[in-house]
Design a protein. Sequence first.
Length: 409
Amino acid sequence: MQEWDQLLTELEKEVGSQAVAQWLRPLKKVGFDAGNLYLEAPDSFAANWFEEHIRPKLRLVNNNSRPIRVHLSVAGKNLQTAQKGGLPPFVISPDTLDPWLTLDNFIPTGSNVIAHQLLSDPAGFNPIYLYGGPKSGKTHLLMGAAHLLKNQGNKVFYVRAETFTEHVVQAIRLGQMTIFRNTYREIDVLIVDDIQIFAKKSATQEEFFHTFNSLHTMGRPVLLSANVPPSKLTEIEPRLVSRFEWGISLGLEPADAKAVLEKKAELWKMALSQDVVAFLVREFPKEPLVALQALAMRASGPVGVPAAEKLLADLLVKERAQVLTPEQIVKAVANHYGILSEDLMGKSQTREMATPRQVAMFLIRGRLKWPFQKIGDFFGRNHSTVMDGIKLIQKGIEERSIDLSGINL
């Protein structure tokens, strides 16, 4: 098929002759008619690479200047029928909302007062874009808005950005983009947390672009959060950034944990000393309000630090037991690179899999202090492979060719 061969020649200039030789020329042309080209990939890795890097660039037309649709199968089995082999149904579900993170439970301080007021009545702006650093309350506000809008009878879909990416990857792998698109476009409100994670993920950005356009055209609200304002997003397509700026962008300040605890204690009519406040903030850095609520329910009167420590002994055990695991690191790295955890842990030696695997090894070594042999056992590699991989990542960081700041651990 001449058009396909011409496209490969053009792509050699765009993605490089080595990438075309490795990933595209092995694709078999198994069928062609006036409006459809049928290709077969040798394995799922080649199919995923095609969907991620090439599908957005396709521009095939026939002699009548009409577009040619490209259909992809793996080892002779069409991706769209992959589920017929006994795999579980492909279901796209939103992330679970924390019942505690409501707008009523959010204590606004400083500039966060405006964001709290806006999300209490979000009509009039679309999209609403919140940005701020850790502990600024982005997730609390978005989940609070989700609870409110759900209670008003809206079909609300809240997801973290890494979940959206997982949905895209799985839909591509199973050939279930129709289910993906129908799910995300037949809702009343879309809420996506930490969209800076979309950086460098072209297929994810492509799908989000069309999802956003579809919902915005229908007047359905889109609520977003990130760690920076739209203009500071890196490796995000300009057409997406411009859409994020269509509505209103609000910067959030880190919440003053002590002030929040004091205000909440005042509302609950608790006598809370400064020592106990400092204890709660120090021992429960992630959820001091949850600890305060437990203390309020368990204490019969004013308490000091020793009594508070005794009353919250069970929560302290859980808090101190929440340590980072290698599985959590692998999942975070896989989400960052837009691949699946099982692929990262697999045997593939392609760059698309090897680099994320080496990054995971580097982080496990740095964050968990595991010895090289233990890391090798975890990944099914020998310790010298682990050492070489970690050195490569360290060199990339020093040369600024590798940036791990977007990995959400």
